[in-house]
Write a protein that binds this ligand. Structure first.
Ligand SMILES: C[S@@+](CC[C@H](N)C(=O)[O-])C[C@H]1O[C@@H](n2cnc3c(N)ncnc32)[C@H](O)[C@@H]1O
Length: 268
């Protein structure tokens, strides 16, 4: 039984095809919980963060079998999972997170994953928010997104950078895939989303100059109250879209090469 409508959609797309060996190319609690509930031969979950890997190992200690594993690595590493092919590869909100781990690598991501895609690649992503909206719920979501991004930047860290469905379709096409299905899903955010986003801000505050940090904490508290009220008005914050794309790799992916470039110094 799928945990949410996006995973339910992927299950419908997969139909009777066995899941076989599954790769969660950008793992987290949500995607790993879903995969752990599927009938798979094995699962491999990749994250760029050692701390997240250790947390997931603890959280899933009773659900991971000896043939399942959590791997810490970076997709910029040409040797990560070298020569390993999976029946299903899931890129669940991976693209939007790449900027924090491998800035400017987004246009290479699907090419990098291609040698590992034996059957299907499923991409889940968030359509980037517009700059403005007339919807009251949307205005709250945008305010939260701006506050989160401001806190991340003020803390000296890197933000997420989401890509639109159109960009993903173009990139898959240019990276040697055939897209078999693409669908968008309207999002209804609950208070859990608001709390999670404001928690991101909270974790950044110790890295920010104290007087600014105190002011940001006050802004967060006011925004939390307004979001709570707005959630009650519309039974959730209805704004934005997620998308799911199913694609398969075409041609000989073993020919994909990732040379280690030797850069010369700048200037004459
Ligand atoms: C937003 S989280 C994905 C959400 C996750 N699927 C869930 O269920 O919560 C992004 C994941 O992709 C990983 N990631 C991002 N860029 C990466 C890269 N270049 N190489 C390896 N992992 C990366 C992050 O470490 C993290 O585990």
């Amino acid at each position: 039984m799928a945990l949410d409508s996006l995973f339910a959609h992927i299950e419908r797309l997969q139909g009777d095809r066995p899941w076989g060996r599954v790769l969660d190319a950008g793992t987290g609690s949500h995607s790993l919980a879903w995969i752990a509930g599927l009938t798979t031969e094995s699962s491999t979950a990749v994250t760029g963060e050692l701390g997240r890997a250790r947390g997931l190992e603890r959280e899933f200690s009773s659900r991971l079998r000896p043939r399942d594993r959590i791997v810490v690595g970076n997709w910029t590493d040409p040797l990560l999972l070298h020569c390993e092919v999976f029946d299903v590869v899931l890129a669940d909100y991976l693209l939007g997170a790449v900027d924090g781990f491998a800035p400017y690598f987004q246009d290479r991501l699907f090419t990098r994953l291609r040698p590992h895609v034996g059957g299907r690649l499923y991409v889940v992503g968030l359509e980037p928010y517009p700059d403005s909206t007339d919807s009251p719920a949307g205005r709250i979501v945008l305010e939260i997104a701006r506050l989160v991004n401001a806190c991340i930047l003020l803390a000296g860290h890197r933000m997420f950078r989401e890509y639109p469905l159109e960009w993903v379709l173009r990139s898959l096409d240019a990276s040697g895939y055939v897209v078999e299905d693409a669908k968008s899903f309207p999002i209804v955010r609950g208070m859990k989303f608001v709390e999670e986003q404001l928690d991101v801000c909270q974790r950044k505050l110790p890295h920010i100059e104290p007087s600014l940090s105190r002011e940001l904490a006050r802004t967060m508290a006011k925004l939390r109250d307004r979001a709570l009220t707005q959630c009650g008005v519309e039974r959730g914050l209805r704004f934005g879209e997620d998308y799911v794309v199913a694609a398969r790799s075409v041609g000989d992916a073993s020919l994909v090469r990732f040379p280690v470039l030797k850069l010369s110094g700048s200037g004459p």
